[in-house]
Design a protein around this ligand. Structure first.
Ligand code: AMP
Length: 191
């Protein structure tokens, strides 16, 4: 039985930052849909070309595109202890589809780790990251604003979905990286 954790939160909450030590400590496979899409763009694939315009506007790419990538990573890693999904699911439909993918194998989402951060802090963090990582979608104010709007409209409703399943856990993500990491690990140790 593999474990499935979801790293949840708005853009800039620190999902990728905290995913790295988690996957090491708990022997999980990290799946960042954003990173997978950026690799497709860098490789110049057809999928990457289609995703690029949407990502640069701060829109979501179609569910079936990200779900195909996720299913591929699940299938390619039968021996890991579990998976840490970062940036997926991002819509209620994606959450339903994920449940279906797992149920067909008698598996389920183990826990949702939700990084809580106010919108004002999101903007500062994304701007800081733009200087370090050079992501096109971090550099433009309108794109950042649209990503935050998209999060509230399409992704935030998932909180209720996972609360109702009893697997939703919040972590205060305001603080230094070591402070937040300690909170995340304290929660992960309970699973
Ligand atoms: P991220 O690195 O998670 O911030 O993702 C960067 C961008 O990739 C997002 O703004 C979306 O355009 C796209 N993306 C990543 N994950 C998903 C997803 N699960 N569903 C749709 N679009 C996604």
């Amino acid at each position: 039985m593999q474990k499935y954790f979801i790293m949840f939160g708005p853009p800039g909450a620190g999902k990728g930052t905290h995913a790295a030590p988690m996957v090491k400590r708990y022997h999980l496979k990290h799946i960042s849909t954003g990173e997978l899409l950026r690799s497709e763009i860098a490789a110049g694939t057809e999928l990457g070309k289609q995703a690029k315009a949407l990502i640069e506007k701060g829109e979501l790419v179609p569910d079936e595109v990200v779900e195909g990538m996720i299913a591929g990573v699940f299938a390619a890693n039968p021996d890991v202890k579990g998976f840490l999904l970062d940036g997926f699911p991002r819509t209620v439909q994606q959450a339903i589809d994920l449940d279906e993918m797992l149920e067909s194998r008698d598996e389920y989402v183990t826990g949702v780790i939700s990084l809580m951060i106010p919108d004002e802090v999101i903007k500062e963090r994304i701007k800081g990251r733009a200087l370090i990582e050079g992501r096109a979608d971090d550099a433009n104010d309108e794109t950042i604003a649209n990503r935050i709007r998209t999060y509230h409209a399409k992704t935030e409703p998932l909180i209720e979905v996972y609360k109702q399943k009893g697997i939703y856990h919040e972590v205060d993500a305001v603080g230094t990286i070591p402070e937040v990491e300690a909170r995340v690990m304290a929660l992960m140790d309970t699973f």
